[in-house]
Design a protein around this ligand. Structure first.
Ligand SMILES: [Zn+2]
Length: 356
């Protein structure tokens, strides 16, 4: 067993375990001194040459090659776990991250060790999902990247029993990861989320996040490559040849008979008005972007309307957008509308209760 922590004892660490006299000491030394004879014979201290990212990665790489599983403890948020995750991914070693937060804590993402690369999201993905729609957490990620490997200057206040519970779950996950029993039928990564009030453990799936640099290291995947991938997966999943998809302009031409004022599935399909486009132009100009050569300002949007139920009121039903061609936007809106007819609009008339 190896222990490693590049951050020395800080004043915020003092309360739970470390003593004032140990300020500035490497944590691994303090922990090691607390061990008994047997413990010392099992545990080895690992130290990096410096606190630089490159030195830490080199040290981690050497150790990761010799272990069956890596357990990373995050008691204060830092970017270190993401660095460990990248090293473990390359070394094909399962990683379990145990994290404390104000609401409780989490263990995971627990990934399929044989196919770590193909399975779901990593620890960066989980962190990115958490930061979505939360400006503070997004800024904290930036701050921690600059501060690497130092953690935030605060510690979540959690009950001791919760730390014990989290440690047990982390050990369970580590044992599962080490002997390869964590691989479930699905390829999804799982995150065990602990909440203190009310106390519950929820297992959630962590898909890969589009902004994760570890899961998507190469950003050059083009739309034509994505199209080829879709065709390949279609052939694999449906066990048959896949036809080239029809062109959007052709689809638009074929769907025109679905649109009419009376007795048609859709009431209308139209692009946005000049006023709406002017409004988007102003939005871009106000934010310092030149609307004339801005792709977003010049994008096209089309809306399909359905006849409203029990009256003449038409309701917006679906939308489509295209950066370059309004007719393609119309075709996309129509395809979306047809799909929604099957997926959302079905309601059994016998189940509808009318009150008057
Ligand atoms: Zn990821």
């Amino acid at each position: 067993m190896y222990i490693f922590d590049p951050v020395p004892v800080e004043s915020l660490d003092l309360a739970p375990f470390y003593q004032p006299g140990e300020l500035g000491c490497p944590k691994v030394d303090v922990v090691w001194r607390c061990l008994g004879r047997t413990g010392r014979s099992i545990v080895r201290r690992v130290k990096s040459e410096s606190g630089e990212r490159a030195a830490i990665e080199t040290t981690l790489r050497e150790v990761a090659g010799q272990v069956q599983v890596v357990l990373s403890c995050v008691d204060r948020a830092s970017q270190l776990a993401e660095c460990v995750s990248a090293v473990c991914e390359t070394a094909r070693v399962p990683l379990v991250v145990a994290e404390l937060s104000d609401a409780g804590g989490s263990v995971g993402p627990i990934r399929n060790s044989d196919e770590a690369r193909e399975s779901g999201g990593c620890i960066s993905c989980a962190s990115l999902y958490r930061a979505e729609g939360d400006p503070f957490l997004s800024l904290e990620r930036e701050y921690l990247r600059r501060r690497f490997p130092l953690p935030v200057r605060r510690r979540p206040a959690v009950e001791p029993w919760l730390i014990e519970m989290l440690s047990r779950l982390a050990l369970l996950a580590a044992f599962q990861g080490g002997d390869g029993t964590s691989s479930s039928a699905s390829n999804q990564s799982r995150l065990w989320q602990l909440n203190s009030e009310p106390f519950e453990v929820i297992s959630t799936a962590v898909p890969r996040h589009y902004a994760c640099r570890q899961c998507f290291p190469a950003p050059e995947r083009t739309s034509s490559e994505l199209r080829r991938q879709t065709l390949r997966e279609w052939r694999q999943n449906w066990n048959g040849p896949a036809a080239e998809p029809a062109d959007l302009l052709e689809l638009r031409r074929r769907s025109q008979h679905l649109i009419a004022e009376r007795f048609a599935v859709f009431r209308s399909c139209y692009q946005e008005s000049a006023d709406q486009r002017r409004a988007v132009y102003r939005f871009c100009r106000d934010r310092g972007a030149d609307p004339r050569d801005n792709l977003v300002a010049n994008a096209f949007r089309a809306v399909v309307e359905r006849p409203g139920r029990g009256g003449d009121r038409a309701v917006a039903f679906s939308e489509g957008s295209d950066f370059h061609d309004g007719r393609r936007a119309e075709a996309l809106a129509l395809m979306e509308a047809i799909e929604r007819l099957f997926a959302l609009d079905q309601s059994d008339p016998r189940r509808v209760v009318a009150a008057s």
